[in-house]
Write a protein that binds this ligand. Structure first.
Ligand code: NDP
Length: 246
């Protein structure tokens, strides 16, 4: 009941970090997997090569999540290529950081565009292709529930929106067997937040386990939610944060 053979998935922002780990794990469980990316064509192609090496179909689509038309087209292309779409993982993200009085309108639009509007549009498009047993999983942040320091007002606002989105949509689509959840990572070792970065020791001091998570720690939760075993989990915000919010 962890088996994803015969299923098709799309992971936004799958060229690096958490999204790449999710793409690999879903393929290892048997799913065909499409990924989107913004700029890293070579990295996206190497993720696809690894998916294909696992014996599954892979597809990389360049699509800026801040562009609603591009994201809808990416979802439709994935569904048409694989002949179905069962799993959408809204993972693409950026990390705006700094004092709130220095944040520009463009940064606000771009952050909300990728983290909120892009998630809504991708999910809307994916639902039009999903039949019984669909899965919509978004990657939020533990800052959606608790903010331990300054400089992240815009980021935290955008990620907390995913909780309302998840609860609302879970109610809307539950009767058709589709589940909707948000996974809230804590400090996870990626290009966005390297475990050897300048603020890393401070982050380790804030969680219960004293170390960073790996992208695979997040992917393991996503794979569970995506699988038949996850069918009774919906409308939930699940922390995978080493106890940061404990
Ligand atoms: P990375 O910066 O390592 O990777 C980001 C990925 O998203 C890349 O594949 C990138 O593509 C893609 N991406 C960025 N902007 C866009 C866009 N506009 N359109 C399409 N794709 C885009 O980040 P992480 O793996 O660390 O983060 C993944 C998610 O997890 C994000 O939503 C982030 O907010 C969240 N998160 C991360 C935490 C951490 O500690 N790392 C903690 C909590 C949440 P490309 O390679 O082409 O640039």
């Amino acid at each position: 009941r962890q088996d994803l053979r015969g299923k098709a998935a799309l992971v936004t922002g799958g060229s690096r970090g958490i999204g790449a780990a999710i793409a690999h794990r879903l393929a290892a469980r048997g799913a065909d997997v499409a990924i989107t990316y913004a700029a890293s064509t070579a990295k996206a192609e190497s993720v696809v090569a690894k998916i294909e090496a696992a014996g599954r179909r892979g597809l990389a689509i360049r699509a800026d999540s801040a562009d609603p038309r591009a994201i809808k087209a990416a979802v439709d292309t994935a569904a048409e290529t694989f002949g179905r779409l069962d799993i959408l993982v809204n993972n693409a993200g950026i990390f705006p950081y700094g004092p709130p009085d220095e944040v520009t309108l463009e940064e606000i639009d771009r952050t909300i565009g990728i983290h909120v509007k892009g998630v809504y549009v991708a999910s809307q498009a994916a639902l039009s292709h999903m039949s019984e047993g669909g899965r919509i999983i978004s990657i939020g942040s533990c800052f959606a529930q608790r903010v331990p320091h300054g400089g992240v007002t815009l980021y935290s606002m955008s990620k907390s929106a995913l909780i309302g989105f998840t609860k609302g949509l879970a109610r809307d689509v539950g009767s058709r067997g589709t589940t909707v959840n948000v996974v809230d990572p804590g400090s996870t070792d990626t290009d966005m937040n390297p475990a050897d970065g300048p603020g890393a020791d401070g982050q380790r001091a804030l969680n219960a386990v004293g170390h960073y998570g790996a992208p695979d720690d997040i992917a393991a939760m996503v794979a569970h939610l995506a699988s038949p075993d996850g069918r009774y989990i919906t409308g939930a915000a699940l922390a995978v944060d080493g106890g940061s919010n404990a």
